[in-house]
Design a protein around this ligand. Structure first.
Ligand code: SAM
Ligand code: SF4
Ligand code: SF4
Length: 338
């Protein structure tokens, strides 16, 4: 297989693969899986449509041979997929994987942190949208208690799934009053809180620009209380802008996908639980890798297909958002995995 990273039409290399392992979730965050849409009647993928662990690992191996260095498990809620640690251990064995991480809502993590670490998971990103119990419940919309997620953060820390990132999607008028609380609570903990601009992913969350709190505003609110200064990016194409507290109490990040898009450095491919390859979070069309796998394609054929899809990639939705007037049929976040 080729060792050269595939380049797209804007010369962006393929470096990251986000693997969604399920489209199901035990939360109903209104910005992602609003209850009215993802209700009792919603048809999630049937089991046979999901890629098996062997199929995921085979594809991941091909992606890694074509430039991918970082793998991230996501969903839906990845910990709803049975025996996830088995998949982790299979992925951890692939030569050339520099980073193996998972994004989770934390609800099921506490009892499994050690076993995931032992299987080869390096670190976790845990979504925490508020430290106010009532607001947290509005954000998950299933009455899930905050304590269990705080316990998961402890458990992940004890297991060494570090550095832990804590992602907070900020929605104006819903949880933006909790920005300073999040900063205060985790200052000095060694965990990195990242404030994320609410995005117009999918078609179901009723996104409006007025709901977005621009990253610049988040930064200035924090800076007014605890002065912060910018840090250089860890690597080219890092999506979060990094800051450190001037008093040495650690680091925070902001992800300004709406107000300061970063498509120029976007090196991510996304694989859905049913084996569709997406080249952008806002893509309207996926490429069916499952079909190839199940039709008996060879590794070389699959590699050729992936390289041709990536080679034709010209996505830069966020940069074009301002001029986009036609609503698109975009893929849902719970399917593509964020
Ligand atoms: N269930 C896991 C979780 O919540 O961490 C993993 C999947 S979730 C789709 C991945 C990330 O996408 C989460 O941090 C979530 O907050 C974020 N997300 C979902 N919808 C979003 C939106 N409309 N704007 C910004 N971030 C969003
Ligand atoms: Fe579930 Fe994560 Fe989406 Fe919330 S953001 S509904 S936890 S997939
Ligand atoms: Fe990457 Fe698409 Fe997001 Fe731009 S809009 S940063 S191309 S995922």
């Amino acid at each position: 297989m080729s060792n050269m990273a595939a380049l797209d039409t804007l010369e962006r290399p393929l470096r990251d693969l986000r693997i969604s392992v399920t489209d199901r979730c035990n939360f109903r965050c209104p910005y992602c899986m609003p209850k009215e849409v993802f209700g009792r009647d919603y048809s999630f993928l049937p089991r046979e449509e999901l890629l098996s662990f062997e199929e995921i690992t085979r594809l991941a191996r091909i992606f890694v041979a074509n430039g991918v260095e970082k793998l991230r498990l996501t969903g839906g809620e990845p910990l709803l997929r049975r025996d996830l640690e088995t998949l982790v251990s299979m992925l951890a064995e692939i030569d050339g994987v520099e980073d193996l991480a998972m994004t989770t809502n934390g609800s099921l993590l506490a009892p499994r942190a050690n076993i995931l670490k032992a299987a080869g998971l390096k670190r976790v990103t845990i979504s925490v949208d508020s430290l106010d119990e009532a607001v947290f419940k509005v954000m998950n919309d299933v009455d899930f208690p905050l304590d269990a997620v705080l316990e998961a953060i402890e458990a992940a820390n004890d297991a060494g799934l570090t550095p832990i990132k804590l992602d907070m999607v900020v929605k104006r008028g819903v949880n933006d009053a909790d920005i300073l609380d999040m900063a205060r609570y985790f200052r000095g903990s060694g965990h990195i809180v990242r404030f994320i601009e609410y995005m117009d992913v999918g078609n179901t969350n009723g996104w409006r620009l007025d709901d977005v709190v621009p990253a610049a505003e988040i930064i200035s609110r924090i800076n007014a209380v605890w002065p912060i200064e910018p840090l250089p990016a860890n690597y080219p194409g890092e999506v979060a802008e990094r800051f450190r507290y001037v008093d040495g109490k650690g680091e925070i990040g902001v992800i300004a996908s709406v107000t300061q898009p970063f498509c120029g450095g976007c090196t991510r491919a996304r694989l859905t639980a049913d084996g569709q390859l997406f080249t952008c979070l806002f893509a309207t069309k996926g490429y069916n890798l499952k079909k190839l796998l199940r039709a008996g394609a060879s590794n070389a054929e699959i590699e050729r297909y992936i390289r041709s899809v990536w080679g034709a990639r010209d996505d830069r939705y966020s940069e074009l958002r301002a001029s986009n007037t036609i609503p698109l049929e975009k893929v849902e976040m719970s399917r593509i995995g964020g």
